[in-house]
Ligand binder design. Structure first.
Ligand code: HGY
Ligand code: MN
Ligand code: MN
Ligand code: MN
Length: 421
């Protein structure tokens, strides 16, 4: 008597690691740099080319694609009951200027690979699935960081995001329109509820590799505060101007750089302090700098510590400005507290790693991710895999195909558990 064919035992379902790797290498060609990295800044024509490639692949995989008002892309794979909120995954494809092939790109293409693997196996999930490409996660060209997911989760308004300008004065709204990704779908979880969100990402730090673990079960992410600091001195001639009469803006700015480092070290081991961006004006060899602008990025695992670091920074600005007799202003441009992920989903990631006999460990993310904002509007969790020497935001960023494949298999199983089959 014929056995009624049952849906393949989905627990044994696996993704196609070679196809995932090939898609990563193909996307990495868009904005490839001579050192083997990727420079694909948010809302540039290279970002458009990457978005176009993803949406073509998603449509070829049978997905419906929609774009929202901040340019977030959602590729939807229908389920049996499409009235249910989707189980969503994804990440970002905008990169740092010295970005790599995997930061963000891995999470987007791992989501696409889950769709392709389910298509191959003929598996239909109960709830629909969605793969998201979030706009401007990096916060390099436009601040704030995690902009698309932040608007979606109502961390700040669409109007605020659209009005932000890059260093050349180009606005987000003009840049979105220029690449043809100013979508019509509402950019909000309230209008487009999400049932559960999983994000696969390289760790971008040394912990998994140092502990020889393949899967990072991410329990949460550091909180962050970003600032714009302006030091206003006065340009003057480097020769005739006596030392005691100068209003050199670069001296107090340099003191502040040292202070940011000291503030982070004072809250070791989890605190972080970085001045990544600095502009010296007029930046001429024989002109005393008249104005310096710089960024400050503070992070901590505990919101009370992050507040203490905030206070220490503001005290340092006041003290240094008074001593140098210059004007220093500090404006906070990003704030989000440490974000725990959802225990039920974190357990699903851990259980899948154990079931597949993969080495794993619990980790906290030092990097911000779109999942941090999604966790405000739905259950959310992340899956980390190692990257070579823990290096990221660097063109030499690298990861092993088998680790990327393993992380994507965990993503597949975690999504199936949430979506139902
Ligand atoms: O800054 C971050 O943590 C992320 O790379 N946007
Ligand atoms: Mn990233
Ligand atoms: Mn990044
Ligand atoms: Mn990130």
């Amino acid at each position: 008597q014929n056995e009624t064919p049952t849906a393949p035992d989905v627990r044994d379902l696996r993704i196609d690691g070679q196809r995932l790797w090939d898609s990563l290498m193909q996307l990495a060609q868009v904005g490839a740099t001579p050192k083997g990295g990727v420079c694909r800044l948010a809302l540039t024509d290279l970002d458009r080319q990457g978005r176009d490639l993803f949406t073509r692949w998603a449509r070829e995989a049978g997905c419906e694609v929609r774009v929202d008002a901040i340019g977030n892309i959602f590729a939807r794979r229908r389920g049996r009951d499409n009235a249910l909120p989707p189980v969503t995954t994804g990440s970002h494809i905008d990169t740092q200027p010295t970005g790599g092939k995997f930061d963000g790109n891995y999470g987007v293409l791992a989501g696409l690979e889950v769709v392709r693997a389910l298509n191959d196996a003929g598996v239909v999930t109960e709830a629909p699935l969605e793969v998201a490409v979030w706009t401007n996660e990096e916060g390099s060209r436009f601040v704030p960081v995690m902009m698309g997911s932040g608007v979606f989760a109502d961390a700040f308004t669409l109007e605020h995001a659209l009005a932000q300008r890059d260093n050349d004065g180009v606005s987000v709204s003009d840049a979105l329109a220029a690449i043809g990704y100013a979508g019509s779908a509402p950019a909000s979880a309230a209008a487009s509820p999400v049932g559960a969100y999983f994000e696969a990402h390289i760790e971008q730090g040394p912990v998994l590799e140092a502990n020889e673990r393949v899967i990072g079960v991410v329990e949460g992410a550091l909180g962050q505060r970003w600032y714009d600091v302006v030091v206003q001195g006065m340009e003057a001639h480097a020769g005739p101007t006596p030392m005691e009469l100068r209003k050199d803006a670069l001296l107090p700015a340099s003191e502040l750089v040292i202070e940011v480092n000291r503030i982070a070290l004072a809250h070791a081991p989890h605190a972080r302090g970085t001045v990544g961006w600095i502009e010296n004006y007029p930046n001429s060899r024989n002109v005393i700098p008249g104005r310096v602008r710089l960024s400050v990025d503070l992070r901590a695992a505990d919101d009370v510590v992050l507040s203490a670091m905030d206070a220490a920074l503001k005290e340092a600005v006041q003290r240094i400005a008074a001593k140098a007799k210059v004007e220093m202003t500090v404006e906070q441009v990003v704030y989000f507290p440490p974000q725990p992920f959802t225990p039920k989903l974190v357990s699903a990631v851990r259980d899948a790693a154990q079931a597949q006999g993969l080495t794993w460990m619990n980790v906290i993310s030092g990097a911000g991710h779109d999942a941090v904002y999604l966790a405000r509007v739905c259950p959310a969790a992340m899956i980390f895999v190692p990257c070579l020497d823990g290096i990221s935001h660097n063109e030499i960023e690298d990861a092993q195909p088998e680790h990327l494949e393993a992380g994507c298999n965990i993503l597949l199983q975690a999504m199936l558990q949430s979506a139902g089959v």
